[in-house]
Design a binder for this molecule. Structure first.
Ligand code: A3P
Ligand code: MG
Ligand code: MG
Length: 347
């Protein structure tokens, strides 16, 4: 079993070579959790509220009718998108631009943040099929415990972010927000990108997908965020890094921020000062350390699953905050490919 540490100074080398993420697909997941290709069902930024004076948007409004996401979606939406890329099956790796890895953007955000958020545990499994390594995050016991212990106010505050999305985006490009509908998390617009990253174990290709909140009038992707009015220390130590990683990994350049008070009212919406490129300059963390750490983890996974006899070699990668170390363990993991995907690519 291999182990690596997470101390920032061990990864403080030059930013690894990382190609600008190139979009290779867009899709929406509709309320029935079915996939539709393209951005036809995406949401559009309602820019009229930006810099508007005298705002008072109630983020708690409609909390009782919130429709949260069905849990345990695994990689299903992404696997469905992959199937659409090669309708008659064919060679899996070829239809994925010869990638080495496939995963959700959220997992990459979480791994990359580790040197600067050493108390946050995570675990993921890796399974290689036809030369492509698929990664799937696993909920840890500590995460499940934290979720179970969430207070009613924690639940309400989670809702605030989604209600803000409803106030600031529209279904139609020139429409107005429908703020009396229930807020649902079961419709999503996703973007798939490909990129290359150099690692200590050689260059790797990545294909990953992330949810994007909306599109502006130029067709550019926009991330929406809520934030307590004052940008206090915690913001520059941690949150700004997570915003940056999440957006940078998909090539999103703009974050629209709703500044709220403690009662959940947004009084001000701004694009700046948090444009994505500004964050590393102002934050108390370093993007090069995040990316060197990510490269080290992924490079090790690739090497670990190389030259394996089994048809779908797999391993588990876990970060343990009590030991401040990541372990890589070759083992048999759950099969997270569904029957449609297996059938489509004759796995
Ligand atoms: P805010 O980020 O405005 O708080 P995203 O910003 O990634 O599009 O996510 C939308 C919303 O989901 C967030 O809005 C927040 O309400 C909720 N959310 C996302 N990640 C969360 C987490 N780790 N814990 C609690 N809520 C989360
Ligand atoms: Mg989002
Ligand atoms: Mg958002």
């Amino acid at each position: 079993m291999e182990q690596i540490g997470v101390s920032p100074k061990s990864y403080d080398a030059q930013f690894p070579s990382f190609a600008c993420p190139t979009p290779i697909g867009e899709y929406t997941i509709n309320e029935e959790r079915k996939i539709e290709i393209g951005r036809a069902k995406a949401r559009y930024l309602y820019s009229r509220l930006i810099d508007e004076k005298g705002l008072r948007l109630d983020l708690s409004d409609g909390f009782a009718t919130f429709q949260p996401k069905d849990s345990d979606q695994k990689l299903n939406a992404l696997l469905a998108w992959i199937c659409t890329q090669s309708p008659s099956g064919g060679r899996l790796k070829q239809c994925l631009h010869e990638t080495d890895f496939v995963c959700w953007r959220g997992l990459l955000t979480k791994i990359s943040a580790t040197p600067f958020s050493q108390n946050d545990d995570w675990s993921f499994i890796a399974r290689k099929a036809k030369g492509v390594i698929f990664l799937l995050e696993q909920e840890t016991e500590a995460q499940a415990l934290r979720k179970a212990k969430m207070s009613p106010r924690d639940h309400l505050m989670t809702y605030w972010g989604f209600k803000f999305e409803q106030y600031t985006s529209t279904r139609d490009i020139d429409g107005v927000p429908s703020t009396s509908e229930p807020v649902t998390q079961n419709e999503e617009f996703g973007v798939v990108v490909k990129t290359k990253l150099s690692t200590p174990n050689g260059p790797i290709r990545l294909v990953y997908s992330g949810e994007v909140d909306c599109i502006d009038e130029n067709g550019d992707l926009v991330e929406l965020k809520t934030q307590r009015q004052a940008l206090e220390g915690g913001f520059w130590r941690q949150k700004s890094m997570k915003w940056w990683l999440q957006s940078f990994l998909l090539g999103i350049k703009q974050i629209v921020v709703g500044f709220r008070d403690d009662e959940g009212y947004v009084h001000r919406i701004q694009v700046s000062p948090v444009v994505v490129n500004d964050l590393p300059r102002k934050g108390q963390w370093q993007g090069n350390i995040c990316f060197n750490f990510l490269a080290t983890v992924l490079g090790k996974v690739k090497t670990l699953l190389e030259n394996e006899n089994s048809s779908e070699p797999s391993c588990t990668i876990t970060y343990d905050p009590t030991k401040r170390s990541v372990t890589f363990e070759k083992n048999l993991v759950e099969d997270f490919f569904n029957t449609d995907f297996r059938h489509h690519f004759s796995l």
